[in-house]
Design a protein around this ligand. Structure first.
Ligand code: G6P
Length: 289
């Protein structure tokens, strides 16, 4: 019999009082925070952390937690103009609220819907109801299902036919950035730094500068080759994969990371970016073969 458990814990690392759940399956474990519905740790083996979490991350004052797997929804990056309410006059324009980067749910409390411990895995489902979308008058319920067994699978569902973007913004922990390789990636990407479409001859990315790229129509499986281990990232219902590393200058500007932290992580984000009104069932599975 494989030992399987789910335990409610109060606080994780330096994030005191943070309401979390710890999932265990044989020697593997994962920690999920109710704040942000965010996976903070995934260890396929007791001493093998795959996710990076900033030592300066905080969850107070509505700060999103820097690290783990933040959930971006219903927009990615700055809000798209199509999702903004159109002001009818200058007074409404002045009163227009500021819309935060990456949507509305990474700095709110989610709720536990259900949990199961079975031989097939430890699974919890969280949900959040959002009634303040700027472009939709009703309440929308989102579900996040996290399953731990020989892999970790995160699935984000929204059954409504509304305009929605989403990303599972995973921060992968690395020790030697110069030895990391990400592949296979399409030969064309949208560079978010230059706003240009760029063509390359290689389908492998090695990071030696600031990178903020949207690769459209990526393969379902992407490999992150690290120093000692490689990680397989399997994606479903995505139309893009975003790769981000802030590098030295931008990292120094982040309030919730140390200046040299850009050497410790790379974000590989499974995303649905097309603004089409249809349900969402985005998932990312992390395996460490
Ligand atoms: O600082 P945040 O709002 O968490 O965003 C962190 C990063 O997320 C994504 O990877 C975007 O592509 C980047 O442009 C952004 O800088």
């Amino acid at each position: 019999m494989t030992p399987v458990s789910i335990l409610a814990i109060n606080g994780f690392g330096h994030l005191a009082d943070l309401p979390c759940f710890k999932l265990k399956y044989a020697g593997a474990s994962a920690v999920v925070s109710l704040y942000g519905g965010q996976v903070l740790s995934y260890k396929p083996k007791p001493d093998q952390e795959t996710l990076w979490l900033s030592n300066l991350a905080t969850w107070h004052n509505q700060q999103p937690i820097r690290g783990g797997i933040p959930i971006c929804w219903p927009w990615f990056g700055p809000i798209a103009p199509q999702l903004m309410p159109q002001p009818q006059n200058s007074q409404q324009l002045e009163l227009q609220p500021q819309f935060t980067n990456h949507g509305l749910v990474r700095n709110r409390l989610w709720q536990l819907e259900q949990q199961h411990c079975e031989q097939s895995g430890a699974q919890i489902q969280l949900s959040i109801s959002v009634n303040d979308l700027p472009y939709y008058p009703g309440t929308i319920k989102l579900f996040l299902t996290i399953t731990l067994n020989d892999t970790l699978r995160i699935r984000l569902n929204c059954d409504e036919d509304i305009l929605q973007q989403a990303a599972l913004h995973s921060y992968f922990k690395i020790r030697k950035l110069e030895q990391c390789k990400i592949s296979p990636l399409p030969s064309q990407y949208q560079d978010s730094l230059s706003q240009q479409l760029v063509n390359t001859s290689s389908n492998t990315l090695q990071i030696d500068q600031e990178v903020d790229r949207i690769y459209h129509h990526t393969e379902p499986d992407i490999q992150l080759q690290k120093d000692r281990h490689s990680i397989l990232i399997s994606q479903e219902d995505h139309d893009a994969t975003v790769v981000w590393n802030p590098w030295q200058e931008k990292c120094a500007l982040l309030k919730d990371a140390k200046p040299r932290d850009y050497l410790n992580f790379v974000c590989i984000e499974t995303a649905r970016l097309a603004l089409v009104a249809k349900p969402l069932a985005l998932s990312q599975t992390i395996s460490c073969p």
